[in-house]
Design a protein around this ligand. Sequence first.
Ligand SMILES: [Zn+2]
Length: 263
Amino acid sequence: MQSQIKQRLPGTLQGLVDEIETAAGVEIEVTHAPEIAKAPLPADSLVGTLAPALFCAVTHIGPTLADTRFTIKYARDLAATIRGYCEPYMAFCHELLHLRRYVVLRVPSVMDRMSAPGIPEVVMHGLEDILEHLVIDRQLKDYGFLVPAEDCDRRFWNQFSANAAHTMHFKAPVLLEWLRTRYLSSNIGIQKRADQFVEKCGLLGCAWRLLDEARPLLDLAHPDPADAKLRLVWHFCKASEIPLQAVAIISRRDDGYYQGRLV
Ligand SMILES: [Zn+2]
């Protein structure tokens, strides 16, 4: 990372940058990119990224690990706060923690935008991002951010009709947001709204079963985070009726990145 940028970060984040860059073998590039603030958010932007303030990217420009670039783009301010990421540098730390999972822990990612032929994009959209957030947003406290991130929005539950239940289009986003609410919201009102909605459409049993399966896999002390991620995706897709053979996964290994299917 450019030294004039790294010097501005809190000490805990400087250590995090070192850890990632050592594992990556290349530097993280931080880029001021005002245009990301102007990009229109997708229609279902209630779920997903910290756009339009910040985002990170892993770009594969060739077949080997040395050809991979790690970028964090910011719209206005490195220390930007956004939505429930209310402390300076908290959102920046969130992006670094994404990179730590992918690079240091070699956690595979679901190619949720491009994979899954035959599965509507709305079903897969945000899957990778939110499953990762279930872990990384609970790690922010280890880096000095003591106020928990609160990125769940009550309005999410108004966009669906409970009558549409039991289709893949419905189950995946609803179960994903319900799981996110259990893990990442301390707002009792939002939790109640989520439970009521899921109960109304007859999915509460399914949701609790998924939570039972997910809980050990989302343990922050899990000894094998990469394997835990694959199992989590497997359970999530089963519960949501997403065909497993359609889900593409990309994994980091010693000599490059490999794309495969979930089964
Ligand atoms: Zn994120």
